[in-house]
Design a binder for this molecule. Structure first.
Ligand SMILES: NC(=O)C1=CN([C@@H]2O[C@H](COP(=O)(O)OP(=O)(O)OC[C@H]3O[C@@H](n4cnc5c(N)ncnc54)[C@H](OP(=O)(O)O)[C@@H]3O)[C@@H](O)[C@H]2O)C=CC1
Ligand SMILES: Nc1nc(O)c(N)c(N[C@@H]2O[C@H](COP(=O)(O)O)[C@@H](O)[C@H]2O)n1
Length: 226
């Protein structure tokens, strides 16, 4: 069993989720409130380590009225246990689960001792899931999250993790905020990066369910066809 996964992202009209320098304030106020309503509803919220290092996110419900109990469990996919110990993702707003790869496991003959030691330190502040693979096996990780009570999970990026999750067929819904902005830049992060598919026939198919303007932005909501 795996959580029902909603991917939410804010992108510019030209499909970028951050500029080439990592600046990523895209959503208007109304969109942020929409996202925080979803955060309040779901059991967990997940990002990749690239997003943690770029944004130092809180991943709590803080743009709308909420209580501490409304905060979802925070989840990070972090192969080498690089989550900085002083980052907000490890504060006491909510529980945090970090999925690390097999190179953090001291029983693995191919482990990296620096990563093993970082993971040990991290385990004092978060619950660690040790994947049997490098990189983290996302199917295995989703099954683990389900056993921890995460039946609904919002994925909030970034582009590398988004592609791994969609190519592993782990995303059920996609919600996009399109902001009327253009930033360009071939090195700017897009909605989905990763390796990409070679053939258009392999493209993931979606069905548009809903679309509407919201403040300065436009929202599109899709179901992923399985
Ligand atoms: N506008 C928006 O809505 C959002 C924008 N962003 C922006 O996106 C950018 C970050 O994106 P990006 O750099 O792609 O980072 P990601 O957040 O996608 O993290 C990617 C990293 O996750 C780790 N990882 C572990 N296992 C896996 C796996 N199975 N598949 C994929 N990744 C795995 C890897 O770490 P390792 O390298 O250690 O192996 C990988 O490099 C930031 O600039 C952020 O601001 C992020 C979220 C939302
Ligand atoms: N919905 C949305 N709109 C944007 O413009 C964004 N840049 C993001 N980013 C995501 O939200 C995280 C920050 O969350 P906190 O406010 O710190 O709780 C960030 O890391 C991205 O995942 N989202």
């Amino acid at each position: 069993m795996k959580p029902y996964v909603i991917l939410n992202v804010a992108m510019t009209l030209d499909g970028k989720i951050a500029t080439k320098t990592g600046s990523s304030e895209i959503s208007g106020k109304e969109d942020l409130e929409r996202v925080h309503e979803i955060r309040k509803e779901v059991d967990g919220i997940m990002v990749g380590i690239g997003t943690v290092l770029a944004d130092d996110p809180r991943l709590s419900v803080h743009k709308i009225k909420a209580k501490k109990e409304d905060n979802p469990i925070r989840v990070v996919v972090d192969n080498k246990a690089r989550t900085p110990l002083n980052f907000r993702i490890l504060n006491d707003d909510a529980e945090t689960i970090i999925g690390v790869s097999s190179i953090c496991d001291e029983n693995n003959p191919n482990c990296d001792m620096d990563a093993v030691n970082r993971a040990k330190e991290l385990s004092k502040k978060a619950n660690l899931f040790y994947s049997s693979e490098e990189p983290v096996d996302l199917v295995e990780f989703m099954e683990y999250l389900y056993t921890k009570g995460i039946k609904t999970l919002m994925l909030e990026g970034g582009s590398t993790l988004n592609f791994s999750m969609i190519s592993d067929n782990l995303i059920d819904e996609v919600k996009i905020c399109i902001a009327p902005m253009i930033v360009g830049g071939k090195d700017s992060k897009t909605f989905f990066d990763g390796d990409g598919f070679d053939n258009m026939k392999d493209a993931v198919q979606l069905k548009l369910e809903k679309s509407y303007p919201l403040g300065k932005d436009f929202i599109m909501e899709y179901k992923v066809l399985k």
